[in-house]
Design a protein around this ligand. Structure first.
Ligand SMILES: [Zn+2]
Length: 377
């Protein structure tokens, strides 16, 4: 009787042990399966993100080159080469279509092969980069799916700017760019000595006493920050200096009127230019041989045509575009008594991309040396 009970108990115990083993085994498979699923999905998403980032950057690199070399015959080849170079730098191996082969790696983000399809529009203003790659699966392999294709595409454009935030309150007449002595990479004077106001060439453009200083907060027509001309010319030096150091904080668009300011404002000009020059934290300091685009020494100046005139003064100018200028120096001319007679802002006009809203309807890619590069799709 006792033996029988012991045997039953042992049998039950063994049955229970067996059941527990089965539960553990099932749970183990489920856990492994779940982990594999997480790994598969994670791997897929990571690869898609990496490919997406790479084609975005490649398209932007291609569009940037199209802006830089828009006048050259083989601009399309340059753009494609730049995009491909960017893909390689991001640790992709470019293969021709149909040669992706088997996905080798099971690791998350190490180098994979990518099929690229790069197209450039007829007008050389738009570049589209499409990429395909393959991702190996853990769990899906059990289900007969060992890998799947991940795709990403990006389109970037290059157009001139139609609006820019952060221009400085000193501009340049559009006709400057047509002068025989003008050139990118040549030293230029941005602000004019007042006594040159009546001299020939573009220096007489704004009339007597006008040195090229602007008040972007005013149209010269009596609105917003606009006060009467006398008051604007007598006051607002602090505003002018702040607008120069930080860039005017509102958007200026092509077609906008900007009020002119009479006089030299030597003090504010000196303080503002020196502040920008000192804000360069790059080593060596930015110069024409090497500069960073985002440096405070690089300023965006409105390019203008003559606006309205009152008496012999041009009271405002009309914005027609935007130029990029590298600040190099502030200089002063002294009169015979040692007083400051006039001051100048010296530097170079630069060619290259700027931040701003693009104008896809413009007939040219680059206006006054500048253009906007952006992802359009
Ligand atoms: Zn710098």
């Amino acid at each position: 009787m006792l033996d029988l009970t012991i045997m039953r108990c042992r049998k039950m115990l063994l049955n229970r042990q067996g059941a527990v083993m089965i539960i553990i085994a099932v749970a183990f498979v489920a856990i492994v399966g779940f982990c594999s699923l997480v790994v598969d999905i994670g791997n897929l998403l990571l690869t898609r993100q990496k490919l997406s980032n790479s084609v975005d950057a490649a398209a932007l690199a291609g569009a940037n080159i199209m802006g830089e070399k828009f006048a050259e015959a083989n601009v399309k080849d340059y753009a494609i080469a730049a995009a491909e170079e960017y893909i390689r730098e991001n640790e992709w191996e470019i293969v021709t279509a149909g040669h992706l082969g088997k996905a080798m790696a099971v690791a998350f983000s190490d180098t994979k092969k990518v099929e690229l399809d790069i197209s450039v529009s007829e007008d050389h203003r738009e570049i589209t980069v499409r990429g395909n790659t393959q991702v190996k699966h853990f769990l899906a392999t059990v289900l007969g799916i060992s890998e799947s294709t991940v795709s990403a595409a990006a389109t970037a454009r290059v157009d001139p700017a139609t609006s820019v935030t952060g221009v400085v309150p000193v501009g340049i007449p559009a006709e400057t760019f047509d002068q025989p002595d003008f050139g990118f990479g040549k030293e230029c004077v941005l602000k004019l000595p007042a006594q040159d106001g009546n001299q020939g060439g573009w220096r007489s453009f704004l009339g007597s006493g006008n040195c090229g200083l602007l008040d972007p907060g005013s149209t010269g027509q009596g609105s917003s920050r606009d006060i009467d001309e006398e008051e604007r010319n007598g006051h607002g030096s602090d505003e002018w200096r702040e607008d120069f150091i930080n860039g005017y904080n509102k958007e200026i668009s092509k077609g906008d009127l900007i009020a002119t300011i009479q006089g030299n404002r030597n003090g504010p000009v000196k303080a503002a230019v020196e502040a920008r020059l000192n804000q360069c934290t790059h080593s060596p300091k930015c110069s024409i041989s090497r500069y960073e685009n985002n440096c405070p020494r690089v300023i965006i100046v409105p390019v203008y045509e003559k606006g309205e005139e009152k008496g012999n003064h041009v009271i405002n100018v009309r914005t027609v575009g935007f130029a990029k200028f590298l600040l190099i120096d502030y200089s002063e001319d002294l009169d015979e008594h040692g007083n400051i007679e006039s001051s100048s802002i010296k530097g170079w006009f630069l060619e290259g991309s700027i931040e701003g809203d693009p104008d896809p309807t413009s007939s040219t890619i680059s206006e006054y040396g500048t253009y906007v590069v952006y992802l359009s799709k």
